[in-house]
Design a protein around this ligand. Structure first.
Ligand SMILES: Cc1cc2nc3c(=O)[nH]c(=O)nc-3n(C[C@H](O)[C@H](O)[C@H](O)COP(=O)(O)OP(=O)(O)OC[C@H]3O[C@@H](n4cnc5c(N)ncnc54)[C@H](O)[C@@H]3O)c2cc1C
Length: 415
């Protein structure tokens, strides 16, 4: 079995897909080594194990909505986009979504997956409750009143098998998506706050091509963002036909644009859920930098743009609000995600050490689910609660049942 992009050949000996909580407990209790797998969209070997891969995708979804607490509980293996549709059918919505809805909720929250928006925290930060099966096969249920939840949400799959999740929800809302072309890097650097503060969720896409211009994708929330009237903005033009983030690609599978209002689950992701992005013909890297360092980090990247551009499909810049989750990329700081979608060329991976060096002085944290060359010794510096997390992990999983070589290597010099 391989991960979504085919880069990682998993070392697991078998795969189980229990249909009940009791079966998950039995599988965990009898396995000396076991690890949860979601939709395998991680670009690196974080999800790998030399033992059993366990997927919770067959557990009954069993969606429960608590109107009073504005919380939805459901089986953790559901894909985010499917959950959002089920919620919408009952008049509810999540606060944000990633670029595509094909990833499992459990896998997304375990790695600090995010969308965009100055006031939007990442998807993990919406977790209010979790049910997980711990190393001995016992069931642990934990909510926001328990301070351990902040440690356990971005778990990297290493504390147990998450079987059910409770997420904060809000009444369903509509979003209008607009795309602007020809916005210069200079405008982004000079007017960063104005651009990213212009709507509920904003992304800047660039190929780092020689003209150093890109597209702003603006997702305006009905009832929160004012109606949009301008055809030109920040030196760019409002696109009158639908766009794809990758120049020259057919936008047919992109979510609706041109300011047409639609349900949030059909506008916040860039790609439609019904389209299966199966090629995997790409590699991704992302660094999460403190917001106040973002402009300087982007200016530094411009210095190596001529070397990035030939290896790149596209870069995306997004913002997110600070949170308190120990291993979150946005832990303790408003954050900007600087993302690279590379072409499938091994040469792209040779840039990773240089990128890690570039982001180090800006306090960049590599996205847990993407490719990077962070040295083990750097993790402790970048994640102030990593040592505490490791102590919790040792306590909850004394024999390292949920561990793997990725975690062992990372932890080897972090402490
Ligand atoms: C095309 C594409 C677009 C992407 N877009 C974004 C984006 O917009 N924003 C962003 O931040 N990231 C993005 N990502 C990265 C992606 O969100 C993460 O890699 C995420 O972890 C994938 O979820 P998954 O279900 O595939 O997890 P997997 O790759 O299957 O697993 C990831 C981790 O989660 C753990 N895990 C999975 N299920 C469970 C469970 N039930 N219990 C405990 N642990 C579990 C695994 O053990 C592993 O450590 C994108 C990736 C791709 C391929």
């Amino acid at each position: 079995m391989r991960n979504w992009c085919g880069l990682v050949d998993f070392s697991s000996t078998d795969r189980v897909e229990p249909a009940s909580l009791a079966e998950v407990q039995q599988a965990v209790a009898r396995s000396p080594r076991i690890r949860a797998i979601g939709t395998a969209h991680c670009f690196n070997d974080l999800a790998d194990t030399t033992g059993t891969h366990l997927s919770v995708a067959r557990l009954p979804v069993d969606l429960e909505i608590d109107d009073v607490r504005s919380e939805a509980r459901f089986s953790a293996g559901i894909r985010f986009g499917e959950l959002a549709r089920l919620l919408d059918a009952q008049g509810w919505s999540v606060h944000n979504l990633a670029s595509l809805g094909h990833i499992s909720v459990a896998g997304a929250v375990a790695t600090g997956t995010h969308g965009s928006g100055d006031r939007n925290q990442n998807l993990s930060a919406a977790v209010r409750w979790m049910q997980l099966v711990t190393a001995g096969g016992d069931v642990l249920e934990i909510d926001r009143d328990d301070p351990r939840l902040a440690a356990m949400v971005v778990s990297l799959g290493s504390l147990g098998i998450v079987t059910r999740i409770g997420l904060a929800i809000e009444p369903a809302y509509q979003v209008r998506q607009y795309v602007f072309d020809g916005i210069s890097h200079t405008a982004v650097l000079e007017s960063f706050d104005e651009i990213f503060g212009s709507a509920y969720s904003v992304s800047f896409f660039t190929t780092w091509g020689s003209d150093l211009t890109g597209q702003v994708w603006m997702k305006r929330r009905e009832g929160q963002d004012a109606a949009w009237t301008l055809d030109t903005w920040m030196g760019g033009r409002l696109c009158q036909v639908k766009q794809h983030p990758l120049p020259g690609h057919d936008p047919v599978h992109c979510t609706e644009q041109l300011g047409i209002a639609g349900p949030s689950h059909d506008r916040l992701p860039h790609f439609k859920l019904d389209f299966t992005p199966s090629s995997g013909d790409e590699r991704q890297t992302e660094y999460l930098v403190p917001r106040e360092q973002a402009v300087a980090a982007l200016a530094s990247l411009q210095g190596i743009a001529p070397r990035i551009a030939p290896l790149l499909h596209v870069s995306e810049i997004r913002t997110m609000a600070s949170d308190d989750l120990w291993l979150s990329g946005a832990y303790g700081r408003d954050t900007v995600g600087i993302h690279f979608t590379w072409v499938k060329d091994p040469a792209a991976l040779t840039l990773l050490p240089e990128l890690d060096d570039l982001f180090e002085p800006f306090g960049g944290r590599a996205h847990w689910g993407k490719l990077h060359a962070t040295p083990a010794a750097a993790y402790g510096r970048r994640y102030p609660r990593l040592v505490d997390f490791m102590a919790m992990r040792s306590e909850m999983d004394e024999r390292g049942k949920f561990g793997n070589s990725h975690l062992a290597w990372m932890e080897s010099s972090a402490g």
